[in-house]
Write a protein of this length. Structure first.
Lengths: 243, 224
């Protein structure tokens, strides 16, 4: 309990500092000005989401290999947390894009790939809600997860070729063309912070999943016990009546 | 060798079961034709536009048909409890999967045989000069659809709402397949048709990646 409170306080403090750094320490970007500052949260969430996606794949493969429930708990936790981070990416992206590109959305490969992955993770979570049996649910979603992950390079490849064959809207140079040193420092700080947040959330979600599992098992044991007790009492009542 | 023989037996069983009722084929063929007809109402394409949008419509229609047709592949084994008999059979689980893939490939191919002439007439495209190349693209695309769709049919087998679930799983995973088959088909519908090697390569990569994945995961897929 104490450790979790401490982590929350530290995280909150670091996020306050990140907000300060993004708005007051990082220099103003020459062409985009204030709106560029969303990049520090947008791109760092993207990193955290990608790392989360890696954890999902790892957990899926580990479940199929080892068959231990904990890998399934880890997989579902990482999917939910990654989905949250992908959602942040998908929401902050258009906010940034609209004033800079003049459109909310472009079918650029990064955007398209993020969107596809987001949809696939939603499908993954829906799949899980529709299967009741634990093992069946775990292995089915692990198989789907592996297929999703294997599809990512193919998605990347096809969208990349598809888009370069069509005229590209002329975009800005992009932060890829090099960051000012202070910008880079702020960005790395934000990325590390988002990764930290992602890990904390996955750990917490994992704990919740484990407790859910334990509660379910306790419930089954209790139900069984109650049923036996009821039956015993019934037998007693009948023998009393009969006698 | 045993795997192939066992798969052939499963394929024969599937074909025989289908030929007794023809339920799957008649519904899918009718569905796919309705989709193509409705598309032309919705978009009212001129001759040039039909060429431009034709490949997309063709593949969307096929993908929708696939996501409907592939669902019963395992769902019927589940609801008749025949999946237990299949699991008990002294053959590898992969050969059961393979037999199902071949059967689904065959049924989808039959659907395409009916769909293509209708499509050519309604959208005014001449398929004859590019037929051989078109069949290659159709085969690669349909094979990828059968491979992934059969896996997801087994994944969705024990789920509630599986009829809706299968398209939900299959369609987003098929994005690379859709893009590359549409683009490859579009190259065939131009004035100087060419077989685009790049898109064929992506299609082949899709087929290989998911077929190998299905092969590796088939034991988990069909276990109890």
């Amino acid at each position: 309990m104490k450790r979790r409170t401490l982590t929350t306080v530290i995280l909150a403090g670091l996020f306050f500092f990140a907000g300060y750094a993004v708005f007051f320490i990082a220099p103003d970007e020459a062409t985009m000005h204030a709106i560029q500052r969303i990049f520090y949260f947008h791109a760092s969430s993207g990193w955290a989401a990608m790392e989360g996606t890696g954890i999902v794949f790892f957990a899926n493969v580990a479940y199929l290999w080892k068959r231990q429930p904990k890998w399934d708990w880890l997989a579902v936790s990482a999917v939910e947390v990654s989905l949250a981070f992908w959602s942040v990416v998908l929401v902050t992206g258009p906010i940034w894009a609209h004033p800079v590109w003049g459109v909310w959305w472009a079918w650029d490969w990064r955007l398209t790939l993020t969107l596809i992955l987001w949809v696939l993770y939603v499908a993954y979570l829906i799949l899980r809600t529709l299967i009741d049996d634990f093992e069946r649910r775990a292995s089915s979603s692990a198989i789907f997860g592996v297929f999703v992950f294997l599809g990512v390079p193919l998605d990347y490849l096809s969208i990349r070729i598809w888009r370069t064959q069509h005229p590209q809207p002329v975009l800005f140079d992009g932060p890829d063309s090099g960051l000012a040193p202070t910008m880079a420092k702020v960005f790395f700080f934000c990325s590390a912070l988002m990764t930290f947040l992602m890990i904390v959330l996955v750990v917490q979600r994992y704990r919740l999943e484990r407790l859910k599992h334990e509660a379910e098992e306790t419930r089954l044991v209790l139900e069984e016990r109650a049923e036996t007790e009821y039956r015993n009492r019934e037998v007693e009542r009948r023998t009393a009546l009969g006698g | 060798m045993d795997t192939i023989r066992a798969a052939a037996i499963i394929l024969r069983k599937e074909v025989r079961a289908e030929m007794r009722t023809r339920e799957l084929l008649q519904t899918t063929v009718t569905f796919v034709i309705i989709v193509v007809v409705l598309f032309s109402f919705a978009f009212e394409p001129s001759a040039a536009e039909a060429r431009r949008y034709g490949p997309g419509l063709l593949w969307i229609a096929l993908l929708f048909a696939g996501s409907l047709m592939l669902n019963p592949s395992f769902a019927k084994e589940q609801s008749n409890d025949t999946i237990y008999a299949l699991r008990m059979a002294p053959v590898s689980l992969f050969s059961i999967y393979l037999g199902k893939v071949l059967a689904n490939l065959l049924f989808l191919a039959l659907t395409e045989v009916v769909l293509l002439p209708v499509f050519a007439v309604l959208y005014n495209v001449s398929l004859w000069p590019v037929l051989g190349r078109l069949i290659l693209v159709l085969f690669l695309g349909t094979f990828g659809m059968a491979v992934t769709g059969t896996v997801f049919s087994a994944v969705a087998m024990q789920a509630r709402m599986r009829e809706v679930l299968l398209p939900l799983l299959l369609l987003p995973v098929s994005v690379p397949l859709l893009i590359s088959s549409v683009e490859a088909t579009a190259e065939l519908f131009t004035d100087a048709p060419v077989l685009d090697r790049t898109w064929l390569a992506v299609l082949v990569a899709f087929d290989i990646v998911f077929f190998v994945a299905a092969w590796l995961l088939s034991d988990y897929l069909l276990e109890e």
